[in-house]
Design a protein around this ligand. Structure first.
Ligand code: NAD
Ligand code: DAU
Length: 354
């Protein structure tokens, strides 16, 4: 049976990927996750007794542990999701972002290279290191600018995006210098089940449910290109199986929306789903707050390369994807409670002053 070493598989996208992968095919997954505030074993509850899923709590920067995992499980591929991922937190304290996203990725690459070098020639040919990255490495677009494509110059603006850009460069260098068979994906904003409620979409849903103000940064006209998380997971699978080594693939939803549009859409769906809410209309909870420092104005992805070369395209519509996401949060009150721990409350208090 094929084995994949997945890093960060208890986080939002990683856990969606692991669950979906297990539904579709028989593959052994070794899931290495440090379980930071963003990692949650509840995401993986449905597969906790599945022998094909091996969860290991640990750090991608722990060379001894990573080496042991390579030696013990002999993976055919590494799918590298683990990262510090929230832009606001990177502004507040960049150190963890450098440690995990840059230094952690370096250690993981070194151990992957060591393992790959000692494989037989057939196994070396089949091995893949897939690095999951972001569109934020390209910086910010103005209205009317063409969307980012794979050749767009890197211009990261936040400590988060700079750390991801650094990791992309390391991955690229391991291909060019050592021949490590790498693939990099740069994806736009994801939404869907199991996203930690520091990010815009779940924050809006949960605040609206509780009748709390919905903070809109700046003028609310910043634009993001939204993609349902399952579409992202499907794209990663396609790149892993069919992508050309050394290549990068941009993944996006062809779905540009301003933050105000997104928030109003979510509130309208909630008004419909919760006709008895005493906070209706929920859009009235929107409150303009101080802007994010260095806030990127617009992201948009040109995903024609992956569409043409690998026959992938986004499937989920925004309205339907948002409804599914909202329904998931409504049905998973326990999950919500479990992530709203002391550490979460402290962050909300510190960041939003509520
Ligand atoms: P997340 O914050 O929800 O999850 C990150 C996971 O990594 C958590 O489970 C955490 O415990 C784990 N982790 C953190 N540091 C670790 C370490 N040192 N060792 C092992 N595990 C560690 O993030 P996400 O939103 O699921 O993003 C996953 C990946 O996708 C990231 O690399 C991110 O940059 C990228 N990405 C995210 C989006 C998005 O919209 N969320 C879009 C494009 C790309
Ligand atoms: O583009 C891909 C990136 O998308 C990923 O690489 C990141 O990991 C992911 O966090 C996301 O980054 P953003 O900064 O775009 O996502 P976030 O959900 O934090 O914010 C989305 C937009 O909403 C952004 O313009 C800031 C705004 N916002 C956010 C929050 C949390 C608000 O207006 N109010 C808020 O309270």
């Amino acid at each position: 049976m094929n084995t994949h070493l997945v890093t960060g598989g208890a986080g939002f996208i990683g856990s969606n990927f692991v669950l979906k992968k297990g539904d579709r095919e028989r593959v052994r997954i070794v899931n290495l996750d440090l379980l930071t505030y963003a990692g949650n074993l509840k995401n993986l509850e449905s597969i906790q007794s599945n022998p094909d899923h091996i969860f290991v709590k640990g750090d991608i920067a722990d060379r001894k542990l990573v080496r042991e995992l390579f030696e013990q499980y002999q993976p055919r591929a590494v799918l590298h999701f683990a990262a510090e991922s929230h832009v606001d937190r990177s502004i507040d304290g960049p150190a963890d972002f450098i440690r995990t996203n840059v230094v952690g990725t370096f250690h993981l690459l070194e151990e992957a290279r060591r393992y790959w070098t000692n494989l037989s020639s057939g196994e070396r040919k089949n091995f893949r290191f897939l690095h999951v990255s972001t569109d934020e490495v390209y910086g910010s677009l103005e209205e009317g600018d063409p969307p980012f494509h794979e050749e767009s110059p890197y211009a990261p603006n936040s400590p988060y995006s700079a750390s991801k850009a650094a990791s992309d460069h390391l991955v690229r260098a391991y291909f060019h210098t050592y021949g490590l068979p790498v693939l990099t994906t740069n994806c736009s904003n994801n939404y869907g089940p199991m996203q930690f409620p520091e990010k815009l979409i779940p924050l809006v849903i949960l605040n609206a449910l509780e009748g709390k103000r919905i903070p809109v940064y700046g003028d609310g006209l910043n634009v993001r290109d939204w993609l349902y998380v399952e579409d992202h997971c499907g794209a990663i699978d396609v790149v892993l199986e069919k992508g050309d080594i050394g290549e990068t693939y941009n993944i996006g939803g062809r779905c540009e929306k301003s933050n105000l549009e997104m928030i109003k859409t979510i509130c309208a769906i909630l008004d419909d789903v919760l006709p008895d809410s005493r906070y209706k209309p929920l859009a009235s909870l929107m409150t303009f707050v101080r802007d994010r420092a260095g806030h990127d104005r617009r992201y948009a992805i040109d995903c024609s390369k992956i569409e043409k070369k690998l026959a992938w395209s986004p499937r989920e519509s925004l309205e339907h994807g948002l409804r599914k996401t909202i329904e998931w949060y409504l049905a998973h009150g326990d999950w919500v409670k479990s992530v709203q721990t002391g550490a979460y409350r402290q962050w909300v208090e510190k960041h939003y002053g509520t």
